[in-house]
Design a protein around this ligand. Structure first.
Ligand code: IPD
Length: 262
């Protein structure tokens, strides 16, 4: 697909950050056996990735606003556009030497996500979409799965960690969905969970307690691949409130009914 100039800037930034992260990831794999662990090192890798992305994006479009995981948000002189960036989604996977993490970059215009890039450098998979132009992974057009039976489908989610208060409701959701599906996965990178729905690898995904930078790009990619995406609680703001439920259009209603318990 012939992308816009903005999309090309985003892809270039994601690739450059990805190269830096891959180098650091090799080091992290070595640090697994050390007693001190890789915590500080990973924080530096995350920051370095954000610095690279910020230089690329703000260098090319200095008037746009900026919202990202590791630095202060800023309003641009163009108040209608902002970059929304997670320089390393799946930080815990990265820290543990698990090769499943991503760089996520979205562009918002007048409150709508108009372009999204999620790059998985470990697998060299570049997922991207622009509003109205379809969704892509490298050279291939993406399409959500065609499964229509819950019993054939697999779903992804995120499980609350570190004593988060939403554990009971998540456990109830799992108790409702596990008996009626082919299974649930917890892979630890929300942006990739969403692109996997877009690619038909997962049939659906739900999670709460996320941040806008975890889901902004994935949201557009799922929708452009023909999937449906809504906030988990119907009146919440998506992506601003950090909760999402998405699936192929054949399963969405059944799936959402079970998860929302309606
Ligand atoms: C995390 C991942 C993970 C999700 C967590 C997020 P981070 O993002 O997206 O899948 O379950 O809630 O915090 O912190 O690695 O950018």
């Amino acid at each position: 697909m012939q992308g816009s100039a903005n999309l090309n800037v985003m892809i270039k930034a994601a690739r450059k950050a990805g190269r830096s992260l891959v180098k650091d990831f090799r080091e992290v794999e070595n640090l697994q056996v050390s007693r001190k662990g890789a915590g500080d090192f990973v924080s530096r890798a995350d920051l370095a990735s954000e610095t690279i992305i910020k230089e690329e994006l703000m260098g090319a479009r200095p008037t746009y606003g900026w919202t990202a995981e590791e630095s202060e948000a800023s309003e641009g002189t163009d108040p209608t556009r902002r970059w929304i960036v997670d320089p390393l989604d799946g930080t815990t996977n990265f820290l543990h030497g698990l090769p499943h993490w991503a760089v996520s970059i979205a562009l918002e215009h007048k409150g709508q996500i108009v372009a999204g890039v999620v790059f998985d450098p470990a697998k060299d998979e570049m997922f991207f979409a622009e509003k109205g132009q379809g969704a892509w992974m490298n050279e291939s057009r993406l399409r959500v799965s065609g499964r229509r039976k819950m019993t054939d489908a697999i779903f992804a989610t995120g499980l609350p960690f570190s004593g988060r208060a939403d554990l009971p409701e998540t456990l109830q959701e799992l108790a409702r969905i596990l008996p009626v599906t082919s299974g649930v996965r917890r892979w630890g990178t929300a942006s990739l969970d969403m692109t996997y729905v877009a690619a038909g690898r997962f049939d659906g995904f739900w999670e709460r307690g996320l941040n806008i930078w975890d889901i902004a790009a994935g949201l557009l990619i799922v929708r452009e691949a023909g999937g449906l995406a809504e906030p988990l609680r119907p009146k919440a703001d998506l992506p601003g409130d950090g909760e999402v439920i998405c699936a192929n259009e054949l399963l969405f209603d059944q799936f959402a009914k079970i998860i929302r318990n309606t």
